[in-house]
Design a protein around this ligand. Structure first.
Ligand code: 5FU
Length: 272
């Protein structure tokens, strides 16, 4: 099973360029931490990313929440991605027909496909959503994650829905590189498992100091997520930067290093 191997072993074999780059970055920087930068002002966005950059393998964005968005923000983000050596994941959660998501991915204000190494989609419309996004993203060497589960209380993405998401991913392994999920998916929908398949499991809902946010979010620790549930990347937002305004430089750096160290120790415990 993929999660018994090291990130380096998996990087060496992975056929998708974005997934390979992520696995290589994790190994090179010894971090499986992705920071989700959910702030609404460009200055705060760039400041938080610059502070957490040394500690992360990936930065996750919700670019549509930036109030003062301008195309130059993407240029700054790309510079930070190169300088700090991290992969960019736009958490767009596409959920429409193939033709529409292809347009949303390629065009509009944000032109996500031109800069996000990874993005994600809800499987709810059926496989056409993957074909639509793949038509845009595959020629660019991008990768897609399907939302097989969510971290929130009362999520409907369970049981037969999660199984259908896994089957959909197995039919599009050239572009679908993994899942947003709370556990590994190898044991889900087991009728057609290729022993060579290596889906990355990226997991939000991670916090060390609290178990929820009063709006449905549920937090687990890096140990629960990486060691016990076998996931590959911890996604942490407010646990690192709080509300994201009045950024306290030392506090943000200290939290980023704290989550990095916890996530990496949890990985070492898993592969030993
Ligand atoms: F798909 C999901 C999910 O199931 N749970 C999530 O929390 C995505 N997320 C995202 O991770 C959510 O949109 C936030 O951007 C981030 C979690 O932020 P937090 O501040 O760590 O709760």
């Amino acid at each position: 099973m993929a999660h018994r191997q090291t990130y380096a072993q998996r990087a060496a074999k992975h056929p998708n360029p974005a997934a390979k780059a992520l696995l290589e970055t994790i190994e090179r920087k010894k971090t499986n931490l992705c920071v989700s930068v959910d702030v609404t002002k460009s200055d705060d966005f760039l400041k938080v990313i610059d502070l957490v950059g040394p500690y992360v393998c990936m930065v996750k964005t919700h670019v549509d929440i930036i109030e003062d968005f301008a195309p130059t923000l993407i240029e700054r983000l790309q510079e930070l991605s190169v300088n700090h050596d991290f992969v960019i994941f736009e958490d767009r959660k596409f959920a429409d027909i193939g033709n529409t998501v292809a347009l949303q991915y390629a065009a509009g204000v944000h032109k996500i496909a031109s800069w996000a190494h990874l993005t994600n989609a809800h499987p709810v419309p059926g496989p056409g959503i993957v074909s639509g996004l793949a038509a845009v993203g595959r020629p660019l060497g991008r990768g897609l994650l399907l939302l097989a589960e969510m971290s929130t209380k009362g999520s409907l993405a369970t049981g037969a829905y999660t199984e259908a998401a896994v089957r959909m991913a197995r039919e599009h392994r050239d572009f679908v590189v993994g899942f947003i999920a709370q556990r590994r998916m190898e044991s889900v929908a087991t009728e057609s498992v290729d022993p060579e398949e290596d889906f990355l499991i990226l997991t939000p809902g991670v916090g060390l100091d609290t178990r929820g946010d009063g709006m449905g979010q549920q937090y687990r620790t890096p140990k629960e997520v990486i060691t016990e549930a076998g996931c590959d990347v911890i996604i942490v937002g407010r646990g690192i930067y709080g509300k994201g305004d009045n950024v306290d430089v030392q506090a943000v750096q200290a939290q980023a290093e704290r989550y990095r160290a916890e996530g990496w120790a949890a990985y070492l415990a898993r592969i030993q």
